[in-house]
Design a protein around this ligand. Structure first.
Ligand code: SF4
Length: 439
């Protein structure tokens, strides 16, 4: 009797790192059941499209990805944030096999079972203990909670993903330890609101090794810092208790890096945005963090052209930026999100005004960024190697997150491998990247 070939699943993963983690979980589950992955539509028996529904432009991208998968393959299961509003998908593409919402792993797996049943083979243990990752082997995202208790006026994530649900600390630590044992050198901690971690659990402790660890940002950071990998914190709001984590950065336990989505600096706009932890004291906090940990890298994102934003608000924002001297900054033009309360706050800012404000912002930040990077020239810095392609070697310092921050272009006399951490002497800098030589 000839064995039936393993069914093959194609996957298109759109959206943020949080969606990527969802994709990884689905893939791990399917691989455990004997499914294989296909890199092409043609080679797949069924295709999963993990969508992003945050902005209208992301929705349009998701819809076009579904259309492409349908015409290239024909069997498509849709999941992710857009799946929370299935009507538009069914209307546009009546032929999709199933539509499921974010984190509905079991529903996705059920839909795949119906489309292409699994082949049972008891002799294969198809999944390595750490699960399967779609990110490169040397770094991995670690999701510590789902959902969000905030209600920012421009955001529908709480409508899509619900209120905050944190994972117990021991659960997170077990996953982190498995990843490090499997060769991961850098853990990127993500959630919608990382500093709110554990509020829903009332910070309850769980048993990890010989101790109880509370589900608290500080306690989790301390334990993650013991695992021997770089630990990078994303989506941290500047609540007062974040101050307690900065000494761990100064001691080298976790990376001296904070990704804080501030979104604006003008009190009027922040109030209209209903941002968490918004207060005029953020500049003082940043100064204090730098006193404790002078090497800290601060990354943030901002929105310009929010309904009702005035030129005066913009001046406040630019002045704030000059004073704060953040290291890495992204700036987006406000895009109305369907069903977001922000749309009704004030008349929209005209498109050309938004574009001009974004240009003004980015020019100011480019000067700040270049100035800050120049200060690194002449220093020796540990660099994690991300890619080696012939003679072209690229890596990142502790101050650069993958995908979103800068790159270090490295020349080396000895061969380097992806995942190596080497000391690099920085010789040159431009607005975004560093250039250096490893010993
Ligand atoms: S903090 Fe605000 S922007 Fe972020 S997910 Fe929660 S509601 Fe949305």
């Amino acid at each position: 009797m000839t064995a039936r070939p393993a069914p093959r699943v194609g996957l298109v993963s759109l959206g943020c790192p949080k969606a990527l983690v969802d994709s990884e979980r689905i893939v791990t589950h399917l691989r455990a059941e004997g499914y294989e992955l296909s890199k092409t539509y043609q080679g797949a028996d069924v295709v999963i499209v993990n969508t992003c529904g945050f902005l209208d432009s992301a929705k349009a991208e998701s819809l076009s990805a579904i259309g492409e998968a349908l015409s290239a393959n024909g069997k498509v299961v849709v999941t992710g944030c857009m799946g929370a509003d299935p009507g538009i998908i069914h209307e546009t593409y009546p032929d999709v096999l199933a539509v499921t919402g974010p984190q509905q792993y079991e529903a996705v797996v059920d839909a795949i079972h119906k489309a292409v049943p699994p082949v049972h083979d008891p002799y294969f243990d198809l999944v390595p203990p750490q699960g399967l990752r779609l990110t490169p082997r040397h770094y991995a995202y670690l999701k510590i909670s789902e959902g969000c208790n905030n209600r920012c006026s421009f955001c529908i994530i709480p409508q899509l993903r619900g209120d905050l649900v944190s994972r117990p600390a021991a659960d997170v630590l077990r996953e982190a330890e498995r990843l490090v044992k499997a060769g991961v050198k850098e853990l990127l901690v993500i959630s919608q609101d990382t500093s709110a971690y554990g509020i829903d659990l009332k910070y309850a402790a769980s048993r990890w090794k010989d101790r109880d660890v509370r589900a608290k940002f500080l306690d989790l950071s301390r334990e993650l810092g013991e695992l021997g990998a770089w630990v990078r914190m994303h989506y941290v709001y500047p609540y007062p208790h974040v101050d307690d984590v900065i000494p761990l950065m100064a001691e080298g336990k976790i990376l001296p890096y904070l990704d804080i989505p501030l979104q604006h600096a003008s009190p009027n706009v922040l109030k209209a945005m209903r941002r968490p932890a918004h207060q005029e004291k953020t500049l003082d906090r940043i100064r204090r963090w730098r006193e404790i940990c002078p090497d800290i890298t601060l990354r943030s994102t901002f929105i310009v052209g929010f309904p009702g934003e005035t030129e005066e608000d913009m001046d406040i924002l630019i002045d704030w930026l000059e004073a704060a001297e953040l290291d890495r900054v992204g700036c987006f033009q406000y895009e109305p999100v369907q069903n977001a309360p922000a749309n009704d706050i004030a008349p929209p800012v005209p498109e050309e005004v938004k574009a001009a404000r974004q240009r003004r912002f980015m020019e100011a930040q480019a000067r700040i960024s270049a100035r800050k990077l120049r200060r690194k020239v002449g220093r020796h810095m540990p660099v994690l190697i991300d890619s080696v392609d012939g003679g072209i070697i690229r890596g990142r310092t502790k101050g650069d997150a993958p995908e979103i921050d800068g790159t270090v272009h490295v020349t080396a006399r000895r061969p380097l491998r992806v995942g190596d951490i080497v000391s690099v002497k920085i010789e040159r800098a431009d607005e975004h990247d560093l250039y250096g030589r490893s010993a």
